[in-house]
Design a protein around this ligand. Sequence first.
Ligand SMILES: [Zn+2]
Length: 623
Amino acid sequence: MSLQPTKYSPLPLGSIRPLGWLARQLRIQADGISGHLDEFWPDVQESAWFGGQAEGWERAPYWLDGLIPLAYTLDDPALKAKAQRYVGYILDHQDEDGWLGPGVPAGYDLWAVLLIGKVLVQYHQAAGDERALRALEANLRNLDRQIDLHPLFNWGSFRWFEGLIAIYYLYERSGEDWLLELAVKLHAQGFHWAEFFRRWPFTRATPQFRWNYMSHVVNNAMAVKAQGLWWRLSGAEADYRAAYDIYEKLDRYHGMVTGMFTGDECLAGKRPTQGSELCAVVEYAYSLEWLISIYGDPAFADRLEQVIFNALPATFSPDMWAHQYDQQVNQVECNLRPRPWVANGPESNLFGVEPNYGCCTANLSQGWPKFAAHLWMRSADGGLAAAAYAPSSVEVEIDGAPVRVTLETEYPFREELRFSVALPEGETRRFPLWLRIPAWAGGARLEIGGEALTPSAGQFYRLERAWQGQSRFSLRLPMRPELAPGFNGAAALRRGPLVFALAPGEDWRRINAENPQRALPHADWEVYPTTPWNYALLLNPAGLENQVRFIERPLGDVPFSPQGAPLEARVMGRRLPGWGMDGGNAADVPAGPQRSPEPLEELRLIPYGCTNLRITEFPLLAD
Ligand SMILES: [Zn+2]
């Protein structure tokens, strides 16, 4: 047995540094809930993983899974010290038989073992601590013995493939066969996602109150990468293709314009008032990062940006202290009024510390830092691939020379990307840069050394040069407005990787203030609209560019906020007096073009990721 090579390989954590707005966003996150969760939230502060009495299963490892890449990507000494202290405690308390963390081996759902493996891989890469690798090996040997007697069940069974990440990491360093044999056992005992999706029954919203593991939105978001990871070992064409089957079916039957699919918390269909759980957002992004690596397919990277630039920031308060469990594409108020969600309670769309349930509180930290850590990857032909775009710099060694590539940009709010490639004085290295040209970027223009190239859209474009000294080049990715189809004939406005939404004025009302664990800044909030939202747009897909006016605003300290939106779209619309509320939701819009006696108004739409309340899927006007 052996492993199929990946098309692009993720770089060791810490190789990529965020710049510009991305650095500011990671700093907001570090100063918000992610950097402070252990100071006030009992399930981490007093976790059984750290010797306390509170939850001792997934919550502390979930938090570390995001804290470690945040700390080492930002290179923040205080956060790195936190990561070292907590991981150090876990390593110091490993049982002699290899078991890590709390819990009784028999009757313990082994999902937490798969999760801590991913944590230790990142920690080993970032901190270079060999103890983490030895602890991981002993823990996997223990897992190997455990599942002989107590096969995977429940979460461990549905998330078996998450274990492959640590197993492959160790195998690529030791080459020991028992690791791949362990992978085969996990596969045999785990849920067969590819087989299930072949005759997949979930082509509509899950019936209310029918919670189940198979349509559980986070399980599905994780499972998007299952077949790609497994193909590396099986080498079977059917496994390779099955990842596309899962990805496409989730999209077709549950997909939203944000790139996410719904699940509140089981798959919930195409209605824009269904929720998408935050855990699913960050897990889907992480799955896509693996699919980019394994397949080298730029479509997965287009999708990753769509999820990260839209769905991720929208579900946090701008200061990243409060988050929602479920976000809605059409979300006109956040409170406890009834919603027709599959299984989640009405508190799911509050902004707070632990709305509905604490999994997202623990798991939310991985979204931005893992995105930053996967912007650049190594290509199999000795070069670098720009998988996704955000201001960043990357340092790698190529044929013994340190190479630094820097990307200065205000993308995704602007079209222009400026790269520089720097080698030490007197050194020359020939290698390719693989530049992603998104599928929406027809007419892309690459200017290098007085030459203008026009790479076609929907590919990784190979730019090979003998690089020496400092070279600069620029790439323009033209972003044009387009209408994406929505539920019941509604439509949403997109431009490049961004989705645009109407953001009504907001009234944030603090709740649970008497609870000492909700002392500011980590409080719970309801949000109410202060201005109308029930508009239909006068937009025609033909000649759309003449109907939408884009206005650039300065990219400030908090770009993902209604006030800080770096880009606006001005469109025309009329209020629809008959479009009202259904419980706490904006009611469904009747199918077909709408008529309204109300006056035509110019409306300001902003990027979805900048909004807290929003209408994204609009009815269209007949005239
Ligand atoms: Zn969650």
